[in-house]
Design a protein around this ligand. Sequence first.
Ligand SMILES: Cc1cc2nc3c(=O)[nH]c(=O)nc-3n(C[C@H](O)[C@H](O)[C@H](O)COP(=O)(O)OP(=O)(O)OC[C@H]3O[C@@H](n4cnc5c(N)ncnc54)[C@H](O)[C@@H]3O)c2cc1C
Length: 549
Amino acid sequence: VSSPDREEALSRLTAHPVDVLVVGGGITGCGVALDVATRGYRVGLIDRDDLATGTSSKSSKLVHGGMRYLATGDIAMVAEGVAERERLRRLAPHLVRPLGFVIPVDTRRDAAMLRAGLVLYDAVGTGRRRRRHRRLDLDEVLADAPGLVRGASQGGFRYDDAQTDDARLTLQVAQVARDHGALVAPHVGAVGVLRRGDRVVGVTVRDALTGAEHDIEARWVVLATGVWADHLGVLAPEELGIRLRPAKGVHLVFERRDLPVNRAVVIPSVTDDRRWLFLIPWGQQVYVGTTDTPVDESPDHPTVTAEDAGYLLAAVNDAFGTDLHPVDAIGAWAGYRPLVAGNPEVADLSRRHAVLEPVPGLVMVTGGKLTTYRRMAADTVDRIVAGDGLRRRCRTRRVALGATGAPLEGLARTRAALVTVAGDPTAAGALYHRHGDRADEVVRFAADAGELDPLLPGLPYLTGEVRWAARHELARSLDDVLSRRLRVAIRDREAGGAAIGRVVRILASELGWDEAECARQVRTYLSGVARERGVVPLPGSDLEVDDAR
Ligand SMILES: Cc1cc2nc3c(=O)[nH]c(=O)nc-3n(C[C@H](O)[C@H](O)[C@H](O)COP(=O)(O)OP(=O)(O)OC[C@H]3O[C@@H](n4cnc5c(N)ncnc54)[C@H](O)[C@@H]3O)c2cc1C
């Protein structure tokens, strides 16, 4: 917890050159920073917004090989995902947790095809022959997905994958990078590159919180800016050599009582695009996703349109016999996948990743998945190490991501900490799953601040985690806390509602905000949530979306 905070990190970055500066603090950039730091280099990481503000907080939150990608025949890619899933379950057992899936089937032919696919899925990546999937009869399918009225006349299958909280995983990787010496400064954007001859030797940055501009010198610059790779303006598109065409994915969130599922359920879309949709339980909520719509718009402000919501709800209402409308959703999110257009060399980046060096000194990594971020990072840093003529091997296969020892022991420690400070021991599970080894420290911190109470009914967050986020997790805005440190923005119908006032007061005391700044924070946060929700209402927000633009 003694890592330099944002301001200290930025001042050190501008004072002394680093070996590697990573631009972009999504899962990919954070993974690169950790890999670089553990190979003994001096590394800095900046993001023009918060860590994980981009696609890395908008995913389906699955750590998986991707059953559906088997249909594309790219077994190697699926195997890579499964192998990384297994590894991440070991390295971050608090955050990457097993999740059972049920696929209902309606015809014998589908059943035969799925069985073949699942046998393969069980085997790839783990190299083990052990069968993990199970054939289910109709009653067993209905026990997992009560309310299903269609699509399971032949029963179904159950198989295992894993689920995470994408933003928390990203923050966790960043934290371990900081523990290894990385200087991490969110809310600092790259606005230009520094060159010496034809080589990139650093970046000009703008501090989004103060407006100040600085130069950061680096022997290598890594662009891990996801879908913004060609919107940076720091390199001309011709120099970059690729063009991205984003595809939009949206998710809707419901109270689980409105859509009761006991495991994740896979249902077909009702159009003829042969896509699968997931219903994924998340505490007392369940989310449904996702669409996959190529778009030509700027990736800055994804929003849920009536068409997006209609596509998802048509499938859910058909499979569950429900009559759900966008107004019934309690939350929603939208994000963009980076698809690459117009370069045959990197044409399949939607799922695979690529590491390019478009200009000497500047390495770019793009594509891939949340699940495979570690492999992407390793490939990126291998390129840098080779460029330096060195042999420093990747170590992240063995670097624990915030939880050592068995999860049961961690849980017991968290529970004991709660009992010692007269807190509610039933909060232990959620706290451990978010904070891993630091959960008992978070409990003591919240107790010392007199903030052990739940932030909101129905959600597993302590009020003290707000102060912790500002003090120890680099949060600098209301949105940083309610959208990513705690997932209140997408899991609560009012995105925090009455608790927002208290959160702002805590943050004001930590970050020195005056009244005007508090009001601005609330406006920016609520208008951002309303804009992203689009057709899903945000009760209590009387702001027009356009006010915030
Ligand atoms: C709908 C959807 C569902 C998905 N589901 C899954 C899933 O279930 N499992 C899975 O494994 N993968 C999934 N993915 C893929 C996965 O989410 C992405 O591959 C991954 O999050 C991309 O991470 P990234 O770090 O490359 O990009 P991002 O997370 O977008 O990070 C890029 C960062 O760069 C920053 N940035 C941009 N410009 C600048 C600048 N000038 N200066 C500084 N910083 C800058 C941005 O603020 C941003 O934080 C999904 C994707 C989508 C869209």
